[in-house]
Design a binder for this molecule. Structure first.
Ligand SMILES: Nc1ncnc2c1ncn2[C@@H]1O[C@H](COP(=O)(O)OP(=O)(O)O)[C@@H](O)[C@H]1O
Ligand SMILES: N[C@@H](CCOP(=O)(O)O)C(=O)O
Length: 309
């Protein structure tokens, strides 16, 4: 087996992502300027330091997701796994619907790829394919890799497609993040195996309208964020999120479940709607059973960044 050069030093920053955006289940995703930061060196043996989310619970040996998956990426390409000194600053909250697992897996594969000899690197497209296969759906992985607004799909042969779509300058994301989490695996477990044809047709119309709203005319955001595929089935597992979404939508703001939840995303047009969303979230939070914090991240034009030191 070939060897990975030791003493290589990188800083890697994957963005948080918000997936689905209402009707785009397992397809639409948006990158947010809200990043984890990983400092990584190749070394004789692995060490792990973690601050932020997961600092109390994540493993500090080679079973850590990022090291384990870097090793797998190398082994599949004929390289012996090198030791990894990992310093992780986890800013993206876990199990909130902000793509923390996609960020971690994209960071792992982007780092592993960058540490290969230049002739062996697969680049971002190889990272996208590997990470989407690991997640089982490409919607968070695509914006985490490429940035921006992405439409991604699982092809019949099991590979993945991704197209990037420009975002209208007025569009902003407002997040309301609750103190409690919900794992994506659990939130996927409550979805039905089949849905009604009329609902599928309505969802197609809504999703198509949403792309037009996000790219060309934000006036269609409210109509374009009606979902028929997942939110109603998940509502019982996140009643407070559902109540906040209802309040925001009653006030004409395009609120949806972010990813598999329970974070709430409002897609707003301009400063005035952003302030309106902030006030409604504060008002809701004051009487809610869980505590909420609002975040106003810029949309991220770039996906994962890899800085070679
Ligand atoms: N930076 C990270 N390092 C290691 N494991 C992580 C990291 N981020 C996420 N994970 C793993 O992914 C889980 C959360 O994934 P998931 O339930 O899909 O929620 P989400 O991706 O919406 O945050 C965490 O509990 C943890 O096991
Ligand atoms: N389409 C997926 C998106 C999961 O996003 P996450 O940020 O919650 O991991 C789903 O809805 O299950």
């Amino acid at each position: 087996m070939q060897q990975i050069a030791l003493g290589q030093h990188l800083i890697v920053a994957p963005p948080a992502t918000t997936a689905n955006l209402g009707p785009g289940f397992d397809s639409l995703g948006l990158a947010l300027e809200f990043r984890d930061r990983l400092e990584i060196r190749t070394a004789q043996r692995s060490t792990v330091e973690i601050s932020g989310d997961g600092a109390e619970s994540l493993p500090r040996d080679e079973s850590h997701l990022i090291i384990r998956e870097m090793h797998r990426y190398w082994e599949q390409r004929g390289f012996a796994p090198a030791g990894i000194e990992l310093q992780a600053t986890n800013n993206i909250p876990h199990a909130r619907g902000m793509g923390s697992s996609a960020a971690a897996i994209v960071a792992a594969y982007a780092t592993a790829d960058a540490l290969l000899p230049a002739a062996e690197r697969g680049g971002l497209d190889a990272v996208f394919q590997a990470a989407a296969a690991w997640e089982g759906h490409p919607d968070n992985v695509a914006p985490a890799v490429y940035g921006g607004l992405s439409i991604s799909a699982t092809n019949a042969d099991g590979t993945f497609s991704c197209a990037l779509v420009p975002v209208h300058a007025q569009v902003r994301a407002v997040l309301a993040i609750p103190s409690n989490g919900l794992s994506t695996e659990v939130a996927r477990g409550v979805l039905p195996a089949q849905i009604d044809h009329a609902e599928a047709a309505a969802n197609t119309a809504s999703g198509a309208l949403l792309i037009h709203a996000l790219s060309n005319d934000p006036a269609y955001l409210l109509a374009g964020t009606v979902d028929y595929l997942h939110q109603s089935y998940r509502a019982a597992s996140m009643p407070e999120s559902s109540a906040l979404i209802a309040l925001l939508r009653e006030n004409q703001l395009a609120a949806v479940v972010s990813g598999a939840g329970p974070t709430v995303l409002a897609l707003v047009a301009g400063e005035q709607q952003e302030q309106q969303a902030r006030k409604l979230i504060e008002q809701f939070s004051a009487q809610s059973a869980v505590s909420w914090r609002a975040e106003f991240p810029r949309l991220a034009a770039n996906g994962v960044t890899v800085e070679v030191l």
